[in-house]
Design a protein around this ligand. Structure first.
Ligand SMILES: Nc1ncnc2c1ncn2[C@@H]1O[C@H](COP(=O)(O)OP(=O)(O)O)[C@@H](O)[C@H]1O
Ligand SMILES: O=C(CO)[C@@H](O)[C@H](O)COP(=O)(O)O
Length: 493
């Protein structure tokens, strides 16, 4: 039997074909555009996701294997608002997870309604990027579009709907909408009322490993897959990436170095985090997790390489970097504002500390280090919750860089493990498909059987010491610049 994991990322959709023993048989990637209509805004066209997905599915499976495809599941960029009309047509472009336009709506939720209430209803506070503030934004700025809403969907749930005809979501992705009671794993009546929505406008909620339906007959025919090929709910990309790296159960930590950067901790129990400093969400393994999310991780390096240095030679640029931690340039990776720990859509990317002898390599190094320092901000909050994390697993495009993994090992002072697949979210989604089809008793059992650590990067004492000092300086830069960022935002308005 074969299983397909679909990772609907921000830069591309990745499709992975796996057999029942967990062996990866093929991987296909299809890129699609992202648009930034105004500074801090971020949108994609859901139809681009679907067409890229269908193209990818046709390439993924060889003719002779098609009838073996038993189940398909998903990992999706989280929080994106996809709104459908009564004919299930997309009303407007999806507003993505890294879009910062909703600061006024967040202030309304956190200040006027009150953070304690919002947190009691959902387990979280309102953050720009979460789905509920986006719906309030549409209600205020595009009332005609708001009136047309028949279904509110998340990105992966939209493509799942196109494949199965079922409006479904899962507990991990629903957690990021701020419309969901994470502890009880059901829609929050209070939050729906605040957003001006009814429960029938929301999708039916499943655990991530549950079957939601089968392929639509026309889709099965077009792809050549069996008519009874099962569709399994899947989850938010961070939870599914964690499944794909075996970060399940309790106390394990995964760092994701994708477009966003995430410090993720699995937890068997639900608990509130002081000051809502981390997101508290349902996990794709049936339990819970906490995470801190930075908005521009690999995206910062991509911006620096593509837009400024105008090169795609990432490895060559990184190999030219001299001794780690000796350079005196700092980079604040807030190109799309920042979520954890600043919750500030007005923050901006900033280099600090250049002199006449600063080189291209110094600045590239500053970008890689700046992302690692920003991840450490989340890591420090994790440690404050009482968790002692000595090793992490890592996934995401940026983790392909051995140098970046080494910088992260030294900045966080932890061992960094890479695992056998290297394809966190897509592999995690294939695992969820296999669990849904009863190849494994549980997500934990599948992870224990399929996932092995293949490579470990150790922290180095001298470099850890250097980074300790640099991190202390890094921490002082944002508070000093915060009023400047605010002023700049006011000037722009
Ligand atoms: N060797 C590398 N060094 C640094 N960044 C890399 C490298 N290879 C890929 N990336 C980055 O990884 C990112 C894509 O990672 P991915 O996990 O697929 O992201 P997403 O799921 O957000 O689309 C891109 O920003 C790309 O620039
Ligand atoms: O906002 C979050 C998680 O809260 C992001 O992690 C998005 O889910 C998109 O992630 P990538 O495209 O970087 O995987």
């Amino acid at each position: 039997m074969l299983y397909i994991g679909i990772d609907l990322g921000t830069s591309s959709v990745k499709l992975l074909l796996m057999d029942e023993a967990g062996k990866i048989k093929n991987i296909v990637t299809k890129e699609y555009p992202i648009s930034f209509p105004k500074p801090g805004w971020s949108e994609q066209n859901p139809l681009d996701w679907f067409y890229s997905l269908m193209e990818g599915l046709k390439e993924l499976v060889q003719e002779r294997d098609k009838k073996e495809v038993n189940g398909i599941s998903f990992s999706g960029q989280m929080h994106g608002m996809v709104i459908l009309d009564k004919e299930d047509k997309v009303i407007r472009p999806a507003i993505l997870w890294n879009d910062g336009r909703t600061w006024e709506e967040c202030n309304y939720l956190n200040e006027t309604i009150g953070r304690e209430k919002i947190s009691a209803y959902t387990g979280n506070m309102a953050l720009a990027g979460f789905t509920a503030p986006k719906l309030l934004w549409v209600k205020r700025h595009e009332p005609d579009n708001f009136k047309k809403i028949s279904k509110v969907m998340l990105p992966k749930d939209y493509i799942a709907y196109r494949l199965s005809g079922v409006h479904s979501t899962d507990v991990s992705d629903a957690s990021g909408m701020l419309l969901f009671n994470v502890k009880e794993k059901c829609w929050s009546g209070e939050m729906l009322e605040i957003a001006g929505l009814k429960e029938e406008q929301m999708a039916k909620v499943y655990e991530s490993y549950e079957v939601t339906g089968t392929l639509r007959a026309d889709i099965a025919k077009e792809l050549g897959f069996p008519l009874d090929c099962k569709v399994i709910a899947g989850g938010g990309d961070q939870a599914v990436a964690a499944v794909g790296t075996g970060t399940v159960g309790s106390g394990m930590c995964n760092v994701s170095l994708g477009t966003s950067g995430v410090v993720f901790v699995a937890s068997k129990d639900y608990s509130q985090i002081k000051d809502n400093a981390l997101h508290v969400f349902a996990h794709a393994d049936g339990r819970y997790h906490f995470m801190g999310v930075m908005l521009s991780a690999a995206a910062s390096n991509k911006w620096w390489m593509d837009e400024v240095l105008k090169t795609r030679e990432y490895v060559k640029e990184q190999e030219a970097i001299p001794d780690l931690g000796k350079n005196n340039v700092y980079f604040l990776p807030y190109l799309m504002g920042e979520r954890t720990p600043h919750n500030d859509p007005d923050a901006r990317g900033t280099f600090v500390g250049m002199t006449m002898d600063t080189t291209r390599e110094d600045m590239t190094q500053a970008v890689l280090e700046g992302v690692a320092f920003a991840l450490r901000d989340s890591f420090e909050i994790v440690k404050e919750t009482g968790l002692s994390v000595k090793r992490i697993r890592i996934n995401g495009g940026g983790a392909k860089s051995p140098l970046w993994c080494r910088i992260i090992a030294n900045v966080l002072n932890v061992k960094v493990d890479k695992i056998n697949s290297g394809e966190g979210p897509a592999f995690g989604a294939a695992i969820l498909a296999a669990v849904g089809c009863k190849e494994f008793i549980s997500v934990e059992e599948a992870a224990a059987r399929l996932i092995k650590v293949t490579e470990t990067t150790e922290p180095e004492e001298e470099i850890v010491r250097r980074y300790e000092k640099k991190y202390a300086v890094f921490k002082e830069i944002y508070p000093a610049l915060k009023p400047v960022y605010k002023r700049m935002a006011e000037e722009q308005d």
